[in-house]
Write a protein that binds this ligand. Structure first.
Ligand code: AP5
Length: 226
């Protein structure tokens, strides 16, 4: 990893169907590696929670499992990347759930006059549809900090003390719609990123999946926390 400040940012895109484990894996890796991480789903849900103008605009779309417009999402991501890039050299960012359309991928490639383009790596978590529907039906999230829990987590309250609730877009019909959107708009990105993508088996226990992604991160030379 060489270059000047903005060139030294490394971007790791987590791609995968709804429920494939993007957020869960990112949650674990954040603790092990010196990385910043943001999820466009969480950022958008926060806008809804705070009842901002963006939140009011996107609430209905998220509620039916549609995709929010590229203009809104690109704006949010650019602002957040600017913020972490200002942190200095060698910054590593995990993008959970962005880009999801070819339009978004092109905007990301074009940011900072294309300076990020060569430091983008895409990790696609591969899990079949029945498994993701089963996982999502058991998912609970913390109403306070947004942490995610699954069937294997036998707890009633988040470690931060927050209440665990079901996400509004986790009803089965909405999940099926999100899967359709994923197949239509996002899966074709694997071709767009053909020279930058690695497919990782997302099946097995969380520890097994995290270990596979760990190996990939170590191969890239991402710095571990001490
Ligand atoms: P977002 O929040 O990103 O939803 P998603 O992509 O559908 O992904 P999920 O959060 O459902 O799943 P995940 O892969 O993170 O899985 P998780 O780790 O939770 O987006 C929500 C909405 O926002 C979108 O529908 C769209 O409207 C909008 N949006 C967001 N980004 C956008 C963009 N770029 N453009 C346009 N619109 C956008 O795991 C799922 C469950 O499984 C959990 O309970 C977990 O504990 C469990 N689990 C995880 N791994 C395992 C394992 N190995 N074994 C067993 N259980 C596991």
């Amino acid at each position: 990893m060489t270059g000047t400040m903005t060139e030294m940012i490394t971007i790791l895109i987590f791609m995968g169907a709804p429920g494939s484990g993007k957020g869960t894996v990112a949650q674990h890796l954040k603790e092990k590696y010196v990385v910043s991480c943001f999820s466009t789903g969480n950022l958008l849900r926060n806008e809804v929670k705070e009842k901002t103008a963006i939140g009011r605009r996107v609430e209905g779309i998220i509620g039916v499992g549609g995709l929010v417009g590229d203009d809104v999402v690109n704006g949010i991501v650019e602002k957040n990347i600017e913020k972490v890039a200002a942190g200095g050299k060698g910054v590593v960012v995990i993008l959970d759930g962005y880009p999801r359309t070819e339009g978004q991928a092109r905007v990301l490639d074009g940011m900072k006059d294309g300076k990020f383009r060569n430091s983008i790596h895409v990790i696609e978590l591969d899990v079949d549809a029945d498994e993701v529907v089963a996982r999502i039906s058991q998912r609970r999230v913390c109403a306070k900090c947004g942490n995610t829990y699954g069937a294997m987590d036998k707890i009633e309250i988040c470690s931060c003390g927050g209440e665990l609730i079901k996400r509004k877009d986790d009803e089965e019909a909405t999940v099926r719609n999100r899967l359709k959107e994923y197949e239509k708009a996002t899966l074709p990105l694997s071709e767009y990123y053909f020279d930058r993508i690695v497919k990782i088996n997302g099946k097995g226990t969380v520890e097994e999946v995290v270990k596979r992604v760990d190996d990939y991160f170590d191969g890239l030379g991402i710095e571990r926390r001490r």
